[in-house]
Design a protein around this ligand. Structure first.
Ligand SMILES: CC(C)(COP(=O)(O)OP(=O)(O)OC[C@H]1O[C@@H](n2cnc3c(N)ncnc32)[C@H](O)[C@@H]1OP(=O)(O)O)[C@@H](O)C(=O)NCCC(=O)NCCS
Length: 163
């Protein structure tokens, strides 16, 4: 899926400058490095999948099957937002991850807004996600970006944004 999203620089409140933009297959090793690193805390909602083969396939899918926007600091990936597009339904499941030391700087919000620009560009009708009930930080990012609660069950909320 082609998008016109360009890479852009963004400086946070502490003066750190991040690059944000679409990730492609050549960015795969850096995403893997982030998840394999000490701050990948590889266990949010069971992702990324445990086991080297499943993890490898999942990360490849992020950059080849999904539309993935990354945040880089000095060439290292520190977070990503991914849209798993269903062309028939004209919707996408959304996933967001920021490595622990870089949270609460606004990266998650910026990645989400950029991914929603991609969703508009792809003429999707809606973007949806599931988030654990007590993940208040994530829910606050999603609400701020326009997602609304659609369902609560099994310890998770489903949130939807009509594009
Ligand atoms: C969810 C996540 C991506 C947020 O990334 P982030 O870069 O920290 O997000 P931001 O800095 O843009 O915004 C965080 C917001 O949460 C708020 N926040 C932080 N802790 C909070 C809490 N306990 N309760 C409510 N809001 C909280 C912050 O104040 C900030 O809002 P503000 O910008 O209006 O002040 C990150 O925490 C993460 O990767 N978590 C693990 C993966 C995950 O849970 N993903 C979501 C499911 S797809």
């Amino acid at each position: 899926m082609k998008t016109l999203i360009k890479r852009e620089e963004w400086t946070d409140k502490d003066g750190l400058t991040f690059t944000l933009g679409r990730a492609f297959i050549q960015d795969r090793p850096q995403i893997e490095e982030m998840y394999d690193g000490p701050h990948g805390d590889a266990s949010f909602q069971g992702l990324p999948p445990p086991g080297p083969e499943a993890r490898c396939a999942w990360i490849t899918h992020l950059v080849e099957g999904a539309v993935t926007i990354c945040a880089w600091l000095q060439g290292k990936v520190v977070g990503h937002a991914s849209l798993f597009v269903d062309p028939e339904k004209r919707d996408a499941e959304f996933l967001l991850f920021v490595a622990q030391p870089f949270r609460n700087r606004g990266i998650g919000t910026r990645l989400t807004l950029m991914a929603l620009d991609c969703a508009r560009e792809l003429s999707l009708e809606r973007v949806w996600l599931t988030v654990e009930m007590y993940n208040f930080r994530a829910a606050s990012v999603f609400e701020k970006c326009g997602f609304v609660l659609s369902d609560r069950s099994g310890g998770e909320r489903t949130m939807i944004l009509e594009v």
